[in-house]
Every structure is written in structure tokens, then in C-alpha cells.
Ligand binder design. Structure first.
Ligand SMILES: Nc1ncnc2c1ncn2[C@@H]1O[C@H](COP(=O)(O)OP(=O)(O)OP(=O)(O)O)[C@@H](O)[C@H]1O
Length: 254
């Protein structure tokens, strides 16, 4: 269980996050949504231990996180900067596994399984610059999957790809979620995406940020881009989250 208690973060005098208490349930997919600049990335950085909170704490299974835990992997929005251009796809996926000191056969099996699960089995020997944006992001996801993290943190991972690739990557995440039983914390701007992917949604308000609401998403699995997104429950949740965020924006600009 990943939990933040009374978390606040200031950059010098600027209060980015006021006070957040939230739980990210084990084995569940939790999406974080909120207006632009409300501190979603800051919260994710605090969750990962990359950034120290100014107040409060982050707990993983009851223990405070002060540095990125071994059991965690991160996927960022900017895939072009997260892959090493001089390494092949296989080498990029292998890179974080070095510190696990696996037997070569185990390591190769993990790499091949992860690349197959993201549909890149045939691209192992290519370099990132020989791949499309979607393929590069799938490489970054395979790298995280091969690591077999308990917790996967993703910061707007599909913001830079086209709409069709984005839908494909969303469906890929749902399949990976079912297969690997990870705790996933997924920051997104996209309200539809949060409802489509999430088991839970944490809606953040504007700065200094607090949690406005935490929602359960009772939509059945497996989900489907057409049928799930036409269900009345999907449409209700989507407009509920949308209204929450619009209210925040209106209050902020009033
Ligand atoms: N290193 C930093 N130093 C100073 N201010 C920062 C720093 N990082 C972020 N901020 C500010 O903190 C606030 C929250 O930023 P953050 O990137 O966490 O928001 P966000 O919700 O992820 O934004 P967006 O939705 O636009 O990606 C913003 O006003 C930003 O300018």
C-alpha cells in the first residue's frame, strides 16, 4: 500500500501542494487528474522519493520513502529523453536490470517477455531513432515491465502521441494491469483516459492543492474503447470529473 499523509510541497515561497492525504491501493490502477499546474507531477515525484516533501510523508507498506524504492519503476511523458539513443531496444530494456544481478537466462527471458507483451518482439535490435513515437513509449513501458515493479508510476505517458496510438497504449496498459498485478499510479490531463483506465480516480483541486475527491470506477473489465466509453456509468463519471475540474478552474480565475 502506497500512502501520502498530510503531504505539502513548496518551491521556496511558492506553495505548489497544500495538503494531500491519499491512498494508492495495492494491485489497483489509480489515476490522478487535476487542472494544469495543480501539482500532479510534483505529487508523483514525491511519491517516487525523487523529491522530498516540505511537510507530511510518503509511506510504502508503512515505511517512509526517502529515495526511489527498488520495487518502483517510472515512465515519463517524454519518451525521446527517457531512452538511450546509442542503445538498442533490447539494451535499453536490459539497462535497469543490471542492478538486479539476474542470471543471464532469467534476464533474457524477462526482456523477451516484456517486449513481446508490448508488441515489440521484432524490434529488439532497432535503435530508438528507428522507431515511431508510440514504439518508443512502448519500449519505455517494456523497460518498466521487465523490471517487475510492485509499483509503476506514470506521468502523462501518452501525452505526446497521436490519438490512435494513445488508444492502443491505453488498451496495452489495461492488458498489462491484468497480467502483472502491479500498483499503478497514472497522472493524466485527460478525463476520459482517467475513467477508462482507472479503478480509482484522485481529483486534485487548484493550488495550494488538496484532494477534491476520490472516486471508485465500477466499470467492468475487460474494457473496450467503444463499448465501455458508451456505457451510461462511463458518461456519468466523465461528466462528474469534468465538472469538478471546471469548478476548480472557474474558482481559480474568478
Ligand atoms: N522545480 C520547480 N521550481 C519552482 N516551481 C516549480 C518547480 N516545479 C514545478 N513548479 C511549479 O509548481 C506548480 C505545480 O507544477 P507541476 O508540474 O507539479 O504541476 P502539474 O499539475 O503536473 O502541471 P501540468 O498539468 O501543466 O503538467 C506549477 O506552478 C509549477 O510552475
Amino acid at each position: 500500500m502506497l500512502r501520502v499523509e498530510g503531504l505539502g510541497k513548496s518551491y521556496n515561497d511558492f506553495v505548489a501542494i497544500g495538503d494531500i492525504t491519499a491512498e494508492f491501493a495495492a494491485g489497483k490502477f489509480t489515476c490522478i487528474v487535476g487542472p494544469s499546474g495543480c501539482g500532479k507531477t510534483t505529487l508523483l515525484k514525491c511519491l517516487s522519493g525523487l523529491l522530498a516533501p516540505s511537510k507530511g510523508r510518503v509511506l510504502l507498506n508503512g515505511k517512509p520513502i526517502t529515495e526511489p524504492p527498488e520495487s518502483m519503476a517510472l515512465v515519463f511523458q517524454d519518451y525521446s529523453r527517457s531512452l538511450y539513443p546509442w542503445m538498442t531496444v533490447r539494451e535499453n530494456v536490459a539497462f535497469p536490470l543490471r542492478k538486479k544481478r539476474l542470471a543471464a537466462s532469467d534476464r533474457d527471458e524477462r526482456i523477451e517477455e516484456a517486449l513481446a507483451s508490448v508488441g515489440l518482439a521484432d524490434a529488439m535490435d532497432k535503435y530508438p531513432w528507428q522507431l515511431s513515437g508510440g514504439m518508443q513509449q512502448r519500449t519505455a513501458i517494456a523497460r518498466a515491465i521487465a523490471y517487475k515493479p510492485e509499483i509503476l508510476l506514470m506521468d502523462e505517458p501518452f501525452a505526446s502521441v497521436d490519438a490512435q496510438t494513445r488508444s492502443d497504449l491505453e488498451d496495452l496498459m489495461l492488458r498489462l494491469r491484468a497480467r502483472y498485478n502491479m500498483t499503478i499510479v497514472f497522472v493524466t490531463h485527460d478525463i476520459d483516459e482517467s475513467v477508462y483506465l482507472g479503478d480509482h480516480i484522485v481529483v486534485l483541486g487548484s493550488r495550494p492543492t488538496t484532494v477534491k475527491e476520490t472516486l471508485n470506477v465500477p466499470l467492468a473489465h475487460p474494457r473496450d474503447q467503444i463499448t465501455t466509453k458508451s456505457e451510461p456509468q462511463f458518461l456519468e463519471l466523465r461528466s462528474h470529473v469534468y465538472t469538478q475540474i471546471m469548478r476548480t478552474n472557474t474558482a481559480q480565475t474568478a
